[in-house]
Design a protein around this ligand. Structure first.
Ligand code: SF4
Length: 320
């Protein structure tokens, strides 16, 4: 098992040595030029009682985001068809609330939405906050195959990310999802004021999950006016590329996803992220609350780099 020290030694290698090592691990486990494409749909926006300091959807922050109620099935079906037409193989449904428990009417409403799109040929991932074991089983039964719940940062820094729930709450949600037979998608956000060690602590916590997450989204903070992190300075792209490289070395088979904040990266920086081991991204001009790269920009980038889209994955349990 990796220690914080061993992860830090890996992270602090000369940049080109680290990149070379990550690349060799990547090509041993994944097709060289294949990138998974996912699309996000915000099925219920804003008005969340939690206080995540980065998030525009918290009711505790005053932002320009207009809250909206749970989407209806025909609207979601249209969004799923559009995502497939854009080339996405995975659809991720996100709802802004604390979480779901068995017996909560919203759980059945979400299950009905999932059932409405389960024949569309897309992998269905949901991100619905804190979850207990029975709710996780119900989602699996409805057709969900992946649960997204980001650890966001390491345990030492988590108290500065949110105070209405704990790092341990996050881990217990991931365990509930895993025990229900859902694959895990969990990663973090860079740029909230955390240190490199905090980021590596998060990675260490992901490594301790067994099996490890099949996807690790790495987000760059998009500072949103009205949130407590609105004035955070941008992350140096080399810090992201180093973290992707270390993640690739220690989680050789997981998907590493470029998520929020990709638009702030130059095309050259994105190419280096792919070289370091990123092999998944969100397409679509909008993520849950922030703008994303345009379809045209992505099309041009994929052509320049000779990137091939990946096929939908099997839903078998993931093994590291
Ligand atoms: S990140 Fe999720 S739980 Fe936290 S405030 Fe935003 S919507 Fe709520």
């Amino acid at each position: 098992m990796e220690t914080l020290e061993s992860l830090r030694t890996l992270y602090d290698q000369p940049f080109l040595s680290l990149l070379t090592r990550a690349r060799s691990v990547h090509v041993a486990h994944h097709p060289e030029s294949e990138i998974q494409r996912c699309e996000l749909v915000n099925i219920k926006g804003g008005g969340c009682p939690e206080d995540c300091r980065y998030c525009a959807q918290s009711a505790r922050h005053t932002t320009a985001l207009a809250p909206h109620k749970l989407l209806d099935a025909p609207s979601l079906l249209r969004a799923a068809e559009e995502a497939r037409a854009h080339g996405a193989t995975r659809l991720c449904l996100g709802a802004a609330w604390r979480g779901l428990k068995e017996g909560d009417g919203r759980l059945e409403e979400v299950c009905r939405l999932v059932e409405a799109i389960r024949g569309e040929g897309l992998e269905i991932c949901v991100t619905l906050g804190l979850l207990g074991p029975a709710a996780a089983r119900r989602l699996r039964e409805a057709g969900v195959t992946i649960y997204n719940h980001n650890l966001n940062s390491g345990p030492s820094f988590y108290g500065k990310v949110a105070t209405t729930h704990t790092f341990a709450d996050r881990l217990s949600t991931l365990r509930a999802a895993r025990e229900a037979g859902l694959r895990l998608c969990s990663g973090g956000i860079l740029g909230m004021g955390e240190s490199v060690d905090d980021r590596l602590e998060m990675l260490q916590a992901l490594l301790e999950l067994d099996p490890a997450p099949e996807s690790v989204p790495l987000n760059l903070l998009v500072p949103i006016p009205g949130t407590p992190l609105a004035s955070q300075p941008p992350v140096n792209p080399f810090d992201l590329i180093r973290l992707i490289s270390v993640t690739r070395v220690v989680l050789p088979r997981s998907r590493i996803r470029l998520a929020a904040g990709r638009r702030s990266l130059s095309l050259e920086a994105q190419a280096l992220c792919f070289l370091a081991g990123a092999n998944s991204l969100f397409i679509g001009e909008r993520l849950l609350t922030t703008p994303n790269a345009s379809f045209d920009a992505d099309r041009a980038l994929f052509e320049t780099l000779g990137i091939e889209p990946s096929a939908p994955e099997s839903c078998a349990p993931f093994r590291r």
